[in-house]
Write a protein that binds this ligand. Structure first.
Ligand code: AMP
Length: 190
């Protein structure tokens, strides 16, 4: 099995790249943001719980997010591997993921980070907000809050995965095809 964490700040292009990589490498794409949005749209209990956090650009509490992720992995028992997009976002989530995969004799193969400057990404998200319908993409203050959440809670994961010799930074600026190529180069050396 190959299990990849696609890492990066909001707007770095994780979702876009995941769409290409999942087909190319036959991976199950799990985007926690997409799963939360699906639950909000369908007005489930989980959706109701996540909505206020998401609308404000805050992270949804670990306990809820970890449980949801584990249940999605369990729904895809026959998968050849996973592409985690937007998860883990905290050290607690990363530790829970490692422990959970270990119970299945599996592990994270690599964490690949799409790198780009904040200012480019904020502008990208505001542009996306014009068409995405996402409340959290439309207000600069909420976007800034998402970056603050990233800096405080998610950025420490770079050290976490570097310590496991699994962290691969990739330049996230360029054409979609060029970036897919850069990511593929990393995946093919794993
Ligand atoms: P995304 O689509 O990945 O940008 O996620 C949108 C929002 O969903 C985030 O701002 C959080 O509110 C929530 N979310 C997604 N993934 C996670 C996660 N792993 N932990 C906590 N909150 C998350």
């Amino acid at each position: 099995m190959i299990n990849i964490v696609l890492f990066g700040k909001p707007g770095a292009g994780k979702g876009t790249q995941a769409e290409f990589l999942k087909g190319k490498y036959n991976l199950t794409h799990l985007s926690t943001g997409d799963i939360f949005r699906f639950n909000i749209k369908n007005e489930t209990e989980l959706g109701k719980l996540a909505k206020t956090y998401m609308d404000n650009g805050d992270l949804v509490p670990d306990e809820v997010t970890i449980k949801m992720l584990q249940s999605e992995v369990d729904k895809n028992q026959d998968s050849a591997g996973f592409l985690f997009d937007g998860f883990p976002r905290t050290i607690a989530q990363a530790q829970a993921l490692d422990a959970f995969l270990a119970t299945k004799n599996e592990k994270i193969t690599a964490t690949i980070a799409l790198e780009a400057d904040d200012e480019i990404l904020v502008a990208r998200l505001l542009e996306r907000g014009k068409t995405s319908g996402r409340v959290d993409d439309q207000d600069e203050e909420k976007i800034r809050n998402r970056y603050q959440e990233y800096n405080e809670k998610t950025a420490p994961l770079m050290e976490y995965y570097t310590g496991q010799n699994k962290f691969y930074p990739v330049n996230g600026i360029g054409s979609i095809a060029d970036i897919t190529e850069r990511l593929s180069t990393v995946i093919e050396t794993l």
